[in-house]
Design a protein around this ligand. Structure first.
Ligand code: ATP
Ligand code: MG
Length: 728
């Protein structure tokens, strides 16, 4: 016993030990990046089990991703040298889902309820708009979706909303109400609903609540700074007055304010929970002092901070490298080349992260990586389970499990095309509305009453038989055979096979990959409880879609947004697209509060790096189809100069590129004069307009004109010969 305890405490510093071994009661560990918060949380769980004699069955731990949950469980079992049976560890969504599966009756859900992701949700909202006769141009469906999700995140149901007489709010309440009944009819549960429904189920069910309060005598939460109102209420409800919460977090890493997360939960923790023990960790074990100093310098520009110190006794390490590329293609080639060198000199590609502000940036990197045969894995973005053909196959599976799932019905009723036209679908929809039936039941009713034309009736009958066939097959076949069966009988494989091009081939590959995914799916009795294997797999597809799939055995470069990188660490990190407008994001530049959140995101990005950090930016970027000339990110300017090492392309950009390839979107040459004095990104000073940055350039000699983005006067085109510019 004694030796085991030393294993739990040995790898910790004094402050960490204090947190891990603190007496029962609420604990808040507030500390900067890489100071060992997650490590403390893991060791705390091991401590509770081994030293305090708490059963794993009484412990609930919340992590930020499913991957983190799996790693946490593995690490705990390694420390304890035994399986932690009964321990609940997962994301808020995963845990709420588990509760709902086990208590579907109390939650008033059908046993085979299905989780819908954001795409499906938008589909349901669109149908609701149609049913309410709303024009998309006036009432954008996405707006309604944000509204519904926002309300759910605050724990508000349509019937709790006040009709203030404001027509927009009134319309939104109507939409929310209709959306909710559509979900109820179809047995569909969106991400926000998982949490809200499980909260309500516990709240309204005394015995159930008592059971879980008694059971979970210890609740632990990682990344506490990013909990939203609903998640916080969920935690408080479960904790009651008896189960202490052990939370770790960093206000400087709160990056989900835009999605309703409230850093206030961190700030008022010690008020909400009496006798909270606060622990601060100040030593960073992750990064070189160069990287840490850069991160500290950047975040120091934020006004709203709880204030923390962070130091390291690690070595200085190398300078942070800053590379300015001509455009995004060249940026990607530079990064790829660096990774190739890294791998050639013995580095693991999986030790390298390529981070970006928005998922759209990944495409160019992917193309270049494919061209250079660099294996990579993208987290986030369009993931395996979100691809159209996969969602089609899943929709058939869902219909097999629950014929009344309207979202799936609409998705595949005529996919691949089988002669059920828009008019027939409209008829089914109207019938469903009128008799308050699911679309499947409505279609059957139309057939019974012989309302459809002969051709339409034949097509609809075939579809209904198809769904019945799949339902029967789901009862008999193992799921991978079921997927295989569906791929064939639905006509999906045939349909893509006929197209016969590269894209359709990759669709076929994906459909076959789904068979492998189903074969490899592990049913975990403890986690999945009474769920059927099929439902467990479908829930897995909906919940896991956020985190990248497949070839984890291969040594791949890790690509993800900075948001998705939270909590992770890598020896070599590239932060790409360091340009104003991109990062910080345009939308946040105008709003001070949002700018501080972007800066925290930058802090998160920088502190992912252990040994080497490379920042890249471009002079010209084509994004979403248009060219932009951005200034370097203001965050670069916030890093002390001595920590940066600038790598310039060997020849200035405007000379190296041939004028024909370097043209603006309007087709004019940007720079065709070797003697041009200015290049993109140069800082200049104008008598009247003050300081600015060169963002565009055209013409030559006495006709040369440049566009300057002035700090205070905005963007202006000036003729170089007359502008009397000075270098700033
Ligand atoms: P973030 O804020 O990014 O989530 P964190 O505070 O959770 O970071 P960890 O990920 O727990 O930090 O730890 C950062 C790194 O430092 C990890 O590699 C961890 O193993 C290591 N580490 C933490 N504490 C110690 C320690 N006392 N001795 C040696 N290494 C440590
Ligand atoms: Mg952490």
């Amino acid at each position: 016993m004694q030796a085991d305890v030393s294993e739990i405490l040995n790898e910790l510093n004094q402050a960490q030990r204090q947190a891990v071994s603190s007496p029962s009661g609420p604990v808040l560990v507030l500390a900067g990046a890489g100071s060992g918060k997650t490590r403390v949380l893991v060791h705390r769980i091991a401590w509770l089990i081994q030293v305090e004699g708490v059963s794993p069955y009484s412990i609930l731990a919340v992590t930020f991703t499913n991957k983190a949950a799996a790693e946490m469980r593995g690490r705990i079992e390694q420390l304890l040298d035994m399986p932690a049976t009964g321990l609940w560890v997962g994301t808020f969504h995963g845990l709420a889902h588990r509760l709902l599966r086990q208590h579907w009756q109390e939650a008033r859900l059908p046993q085979n309820f299905q989780i819908i992701d954001t795409q499906d949700q938008l589909g349901v909202i669109k149908r609701v708009h149609k049913a309410l006769d709303l024009e998309d141009s006036r009432w954008p469906p996405k707006q309604s979706m944000y509204f519904v999700n926002g309300k759910k995140d605050e724990g508000i149901r349509p019937q709790n909303m006040q009709d203030t007489g404001d027509p927009i709010t009134r319309q939104m309440i109507r939409i929310y109400t209709a959306y909710q009944s559509a979900c109820e009819r179809g047995g569909l549960v969106d991400f926000g609903e998982l949490l809200l429904r499980s909260l309500e189920t516990l709240r309204d069910n005394e015995t159930l609540l008592k059971h879980y309060r008694d059971r979970f005598s210890n609740i632990l939460v990682d990344e506490f700074q990013d909990t939203n109102t609903l998640q916080y209420s969920w935690l408080r409800l479960l904790a009651g007055n008896t189960s202490p919460i052990f939370a770790v977090g960093d206000d400087d890493q709160s990056i989900y304010g835009w999605r309703g997360a409230k850093v206030e939960h961190l700030q008022r923790f010690d008020k909400d929970f009496k006798n909270t023990q606060m622990v601060r960790l100040e030593q960073n074990y992750r990064s070189t002092s160069t990287i840490l100093n850069a991160a500290n310098a950047v975040i120091a520009n934020n006004a709203e901070r709880m204030g923390k110190n962070l130091w390291t006794d690690g070595n200085d390490g190398e300078q942070i490298q800053l590379y300015t590329a001509y455009n995004e293609q060249e940026e990607a080639r530079y990064v790829a080349e660096r990774i190739r060198q890294y791998a050639e000199s013995g580095g693991m590609r999986s030790d390298v992260a390529v981070l970006y502000r928005s998922n759209a940036q990944s495409r160019v990197f992917e193309e270049v990586f494919i061209g250079m045969r660099i294996p990579y894995k993208v987290y986030g973005g369009l993931r395996f389970f979100e691809r159209a053909e996969i969602k089609d196959a899943l929709a058939y599976m869902r219909l097999g499990s629950n014929q009344h799932d309207d979202a799936s019905f609409e998705r595949v009723v005529n996919r691949p095309t089988r002669g059920i036209g828009a008019r027939t679908v409209d008829q089914i929809r109207a019938e469903a509305r009128e008799h308050e039936l699911s679309m499947f039941a409505a279609a059957q009713r139309l057939l019974e009453h012989k309302i459809l034309t002969a051709r339409a009736a034949g097509a609809v009958r075939n579809f209904i038989e198809l769904v019945n066939d799949i339902a029967a097959a789901s009862a008999d076949l193992p799921i991978h055979e079921l997927v295989d069966h569906i791929n064939v009988v639905s006509g999906l494989l045939d349909f893509h096979g006929k197209e016969n091009n590269e894209k359709s081939q990759s669709r076929i590959d994906n459909l076959n990959e789904l068979v492998s995914a189903a074969r490899g799916f592990e049913y975990n009795e403890e986690e999945h409880g009474e769920m059927s294997l099929l439902d467990a797999f479908l829930a897995h597809a909906a919940l896991e879609s956020g985190e990248g799939q497949g070839e984890s055995w291969e040594d791949c470069v890790q690509m993800m947004s900075m948001h998705a990188a939270k909590g992770l660490e890598f020896p070599l990190v590239f932060i790409t697209g360091m340009e104003d407008g991109l990062f910080p994001h345009q939308m946040s530049i105008e709003e001070p509060g949002r700018l501080e959140e972007e800066r925290r995101l930058c802090y998160v990005g920088i502190t992912r790096a252990r040994e080497n950090l490379v920042l890249t930016l471009t002079e010209r970027r084509r994004l979403h189809g248009s060219d932009r000339y951005n200034m370097p990110s203001q965050f670069i300017g916030e890093i002390p100069k001595e920590l940066l090492h600038e790598i310039r392309p060997s020849v200035p950009s405007y000379k190296k590129q041939s004028s024909s390839s370097y043209t603006s979107s309007s087709g004019k040459n940007l720079v065709d004069d070797e003697s041009s004095e200015y290049k993109l990104g140069d800082r200049v000073f104008h008598q009247k307009f003050g300081e600015g940055t060169v963002t565009n350039y055209e013409g030559s000699g006495s006709h040369a004109r440049i566009e300057i983005n002035f700090k205070h006067a905005g963007s202006k085109w000036l003729v170089v010969a007359y502008a009397k510019l000075e270098r700033a």
